[in-house]
Ligand binder design. Structure first.
Ligand SMILES: [Zn+2]
Length: 78
């Protein structure tokens, strides 16, 4: 089974089959989705710095937009 990872350099989704990122050519040392989630969760326990709050706010905005997009997509057209 193929696993999808994210390129550490450009952030594109890269199949683990690739040794190099097909987007930016970086040597693929990307992390798996679970590793990203695990590390994100472990960071939550660390002290919250102002820049982190700003960043979290941005992510929240993006998620809100995605949620809206999803709602529009799932709303049946009449
Ligand atoms: Zn890349």
């Amino acid at each position: 089974m193929n696993t999808v990872t994210f390129c550490k350099r450009c952030g594109n989704v890269v199949n683990t089959e690739y040794r190099y990122c097909p987007f930016c050519g970086d040597r693929r040392k990307s992390r798996t989705m679970n590793e990203i989630i695990d590390s994100s969760l472990s960071k939550v326990k660390s002290p919250v710095t102002p820049w982190r709050l700003v960043y979290l706010g941005r992510i929240e905005k993006k998620l809100e937009k995605l949620e809206n997009d999803l709602e529009i997509l799932l709303t049946p057209h009449r």
